[in-house]
Design a protein around this ligand. Sequence first.
Ligand code: ASP
Ligand code: MG
Length: 424
Amino acid sequence: MGIVVQKYGGSSVADADGIKRVAQRIVNTKKQGHEVVVVVSAMGDTTDDLRDLAEQVTPLPPPRELDMLLTAGERISMALLAMAVSSLGHEAQSFTGSQAGVITDSVHGKAKIIDITPGRIQSAIDEGHVAIVAGFQGVSQDTKDVTTLGRGASDTTAVALAAALGAEVCEIYTDVAGVFTADPRIVPAARKLDRVSHEEMLEMAASGAKILHLRCVEYARRYDVPIHVRTSFDTIEGTWVLPDTAEEGDTVEQAIIAGVAHDRSEAKITVVGVPDKVGEAARIFEVLAASEVNIDMVVQNVSAAATARTDISFTLPREDGQVAMAALAKIQDEVGYDKLLFDDRVGKVSLIGAGMRSHPGITAKFFAALAAAGVNIEMISTSEIRISVIVDEGQIDTAVRATHTAFDLDADEVEAVVYGGTGR
Ligand code: ASP
Ligand code: MG
């Protein structure tokens, strides 16, 4: 039997009892004959608490020190978990990201993994030990400083390690029983999916479904790592996230819609009165790129004939709002636009499904459902297998529920169980 990588999120190890329960689970997997590598998050809301603490000390903590602070959260849980496994009579060793060979670039707060050299992990499991790795952290190749990979990135650590070790599966343990057709906290009748393709999961993660970290799914797709998302509070099967194997002529028809996702983390900026000249849009987005701001949706209107000016709106992560506004303000004279508008009271609702490629009418049905629920659409964007709309923040829940019902996704019986976590 091969290597199993198990990742336990903060809610699974929120307290001493949780840690003991997880340790028992690890030991059970080991007893089945697997070699077990565990990736663990910080206990409960530790990462948020550490952040809050830093902000009480200074409003702008130096990024290097903030990473040093935040990585302490995972060190606590990994050591306690190793102790708990040892107390059950199985050898366990914990490793920081750096010790586990997680090599990153040097961008504090959102470092990217550039290589994994899991020599020490391999040796530990070769000796029959359980290896426990701190999630969400690595070490910069250039500066040798400790880095963090971005919020929720322990998933990425787990999948990257699974790929590097050639694991047979990466199990992601969380506080819900799998991937659902919508967030069960909003739609109690959401259904658990038995399987979902990497491609659909990628769109769901990018659309705000918090179940898996976006980069972890990208990694899984690139290296063909099967992911099993399940809860640590129960032994039931969760959702398998697998390569898209649907082929032409498949007798079993794929579900058209995989689910409805929502995102409350975006804001909208409108650049009002941009002169309709070649190169203006390029200039605006160059400045944003130089400030490391990730843009999501972009909408530009036809310019009004009388003024030869147009408005450009785009969405971006809320937390990048100030940086983006400041960067754009600097080029006001150069570009010659009138003013900037910032709106952080928006939300994104997305409908995802590989089957929409070959089924017409999905967009019409989606928009009709929103209209019937009285939800106004502010922006629209699509991919081959996704339709997203920006709506007023106060209407997100209504929009998600209406869409879920319109596409017949509601289960007859409530099956979603949310085991813990604050969703913070
Ligand atoms: N502890 C980190 C966070 O809360 C990483 C993780 O949980 O995956 O973002
Ligand atoms: Mg966490």
